[in-house]
Ligand binder design. Structure first.
Ligand SMILES: CC(C)(COP(=O)(O)OP(=O)(O)OC[C@H]1O[C@@H](n2cnc3c(N)ncnc32)[C@H](O)[C@@H]1OP(=O)(O)O)[C@@H](O)C(=O)NCCC(=O)NCCS
Length: 213
């Protein structure tokens, strides 16, 4: 497990409780509007409380929405807080795999070689990520997602449970545009546009989102 001793988990919902369970050792949850003062035996602090009490701690953003993750990361940076990175100890991570700060790699996934994982990415249990894959900042892979080789996933993409993205080629990687959502169980067989919803097997365009990431 690659981690920093003093970590604050930003969030107090389901993802935050999962990350707390994975980490075991952390100082507090951070919640913009705390509803409880304690969770899993740890204090739940407002952002300002955390920033004043724990300037020396690092933050892990544990929120299941890429756009919110981006906003919270900017807020932490502006307050001078640094970020932790969490890679679960059972993962066999090759030296050719890079993991950006703030990212969380849950247990039970497989990563092969020459993979770049950006900042504040979240990879849930049971994913497989093939060679020469790039995953940009804030993107989330839900449980059981399979990504073939030579795939480039843009910033803030949300990939639903059990989705498959087939491989691209070195000459023509398969690309998923920033801000796109891929529904649970979809099979992506070609490059996808930005800020759209794709569902089904094979995955087809279902709608375009009004706001850009
Ligand atoms: C795609 C998803 C995000 C829903 O997005 P949404 O914007 O709320 O979309 P809607 O529910 O309005 O559905 C839009 C259309 O897509 C269809 N659709 C939604 N999800 C679908 C899926 N996974 N597969 C196939 N079709 C799907 C709906 O039936 C609807 O079709 P219609 O317009 O013909 O009636 C959601 O259905 C999904 O798949 N979520 C993944 C959940 C998950 O993996 N969670 C893991 C948590 S870690």
């Amino acid at each position: 497990v690659r981690t920093v001793k003093k970590v604050g988990i930003y969030g107090a919902g389901g993802v935050a409780r999962e990350v707390a369970w994975l980490m075991g050792d952390f100082v507090a949850f951070i919640d913009d509007a705390p509803k409880v003062s304690e969770l899993r035996g740890k204090p739940v602090l407002s952002f300002n409380q955390f920033a004043s009490l724990h300037q020396d701690a690092s933050v892990l953003i544990a929120v299941g929405n890429p756009r919110v993750r981006e906003r919270l990361a900017a807020k932490c940076k502006a307050a001078g807080l640094s970020f932790a990175t969490y890679v679960q100890s059972d993962l066999k991570v090759d030296t050719s795999v890079t993991v950006g700060e703030g990212s969380i790699l849950y247990h039970g996934s497989t990563f092969t070689v020459d993979i770049q994982i950006g900042q504040h990415v979240q990879i849930n249990p049971g994913c497989t990520v093939g060679h020469d894959v790039r995953i940009a900042d804030y993107t989330i892979l839900a449980p059981g997602v399979s990504v073939g080789g030579n795939v480039q996933i843009g910033k803030g993409v949300w990939v639903g449970t059990g989705a498959t993205i087939i491989n691209g080629t070195p000459e023509q990687p398969l690309t998923v545009g920033a801000g796109t959502v891929i529904g649970a169980g979809a099979c992506v067989v070609g490059s996808l546009e930005s800020n759209c919803l794709y569902v089904g097997v094979p995955a087809v365009l279902k709608k375009r989102y009004a706001t850009e990431l």
